[in-house]
Every structure is written in structure tokens, then in C-alpha cells.
Design a protein around this ligand. Sequence first.
Ligand SMILES: C[S@@+](CC[C@H](N)C(=O)[O-])C[C@H]1O[C@@H](n2cnc3c(N)ncnc32)[C@H](O)[C@@H]1O
Length: 221
Amino acid sequence: MSAPSPDEPAPRTRGRTLDHAAAVYDLLAPVMTLGQEGRYRKLAIRLLNPQGGDRVLDVGCGTGILTRQIARRLAGAGACAVGLDAAPKMIAVARRRAASLPHLRFDVGVAEALAYGDASFDGAVSTFFFHHIDADLKRRSLAELLRVLKPGGKLIIVDVDVPSNWFGRLCAWSGYWLFKQEEIRENIRGELRRALADTPFREVSRVAHFSGYVTVFQAVK
Ligand SMILES: C[S@@+](CC[C@H](N)C(=O)[O-])C[C@H]1O[C@@H](n2cnc3c(N)ncnc32)[C@H](O)[C@@H]1O
């Protein structure tokens, strides 16, 4: 794991980064996800099934809770859970909490231009990241995820999606109006689904849907 460097510069991105919320993010997230985030993470890990010497990328990792949970399942040479976020303060929190956990690294960087080699990860995951980037960045980030995954590698995405009932519509549109976040509206209108369907990823499916507005997507390179 790299040494904490709170002064690491923020990379340029149009994504909505959360440097300003890093200190309180873990208190706010359960409110935003109606206390369901533990279930989403559990399912994401079950679907990814990280093990042994796998290398797994968590994009838009925030304070790195899911990245740490993945790292705990890894063992052996080459194993690594890598958490990436464009907000240096989020990464600083993630690094502090990582303490001495092995097989774990946190990088400051942007999903739309990943600084990793082709076919360098066995699996990739992102939870509640895609509603922080616009339609063009969604497509560029998916292309990058495809590039860095090994053939057969799995991608799991958990995010705001097209609402399927009145409760989901209420939650999703409240999120949009609260933050006036166009990227949320794009997800509500199906942009993430379309972007994923337009990639060369295979076996793209929606494996679960929660609270009428959160979908768990699965795709294979
Ligand atoms: C809502 S948080 C999700 C954090 C975590 N995955 C979770 O489920 O709690 C979205 C994260 O995406 C990050 N982000 C925004 N634009 C980004 C970009 N272009 N590349 C990487 N991360 C970005 C933000 O800084 C923020 O930490």
C-alpha cells in the first residue's frame, strides 16, 4: 500500500468528486442507500467471488469499505484489491482505514483514463459511482474497465437505475432534486443500461433490483 499523501493533487475530471464529503461520507451513505449498502456489498462480493491470487479493481471506491472486504478474501502471490477514486481526500481516508491489511492498495485516479495495463484485473466492481459521471464519461469508463479486465473477467455495477415502482421513483427523483445532479437523471432515464448494452461486454444482465431504483448489473469480458 502506498504511503498516505493528503496533498496528492486532484486529477482533472468532469465527474462529481466527493473531497468535500470525505470526512462524513460513511455517516451519510447509509441515509442515501436507506441502510441497504451492506446488502449491496455482500451481493457484489458473492457475484464477483474474489479469491486466491485475484486482482480486483473497485472504481469510485470512496472510503474503501468494499475494497477492504474484497482484500480480506484474497491470499497468495499477486493478490491485490485496488481501490481507485478521483477524490484525494476519500483515498486518504481509505488508506488510513486500511491500516496494515495485506493485498490492498488505494490509488487516486479517474475511471475514464485508468493508469493500469490491458488485461491486468480478474474482476472489477463499482458501487454508486456511475451516477457521479455524465453520459460520455460512463461510456469511456466502461471502455476502460473492459480494457483492464482479463478475458472472462467479471464486472459488477451497483447503481441508481430506471425506477420500477412508485417508491423507487420517489427515491430516485428525490436524489435528483436534492442534488440537482443531471448524472442521476441520466441513470433514471436508462443511460447506464444503454451504455453497458452498447459495449462489447458479454452476458450483460441485471441480476438484482432493490428498493425500486437500485440495480445490480453483471457483465463478462
Ligand atoms: C457516491 S460515491 C461511492 C463510493 C463507494 N463506492 C460507495 O459505494 O460508498 C462516488 C465516488 O465516485 C468518485 N468519483 C467521481 N468521479 C470520479 C471519476 N471520474 N473517477 C473516479 N472516481 C470518481 C467520487 O469522488 C466518490 O468518492
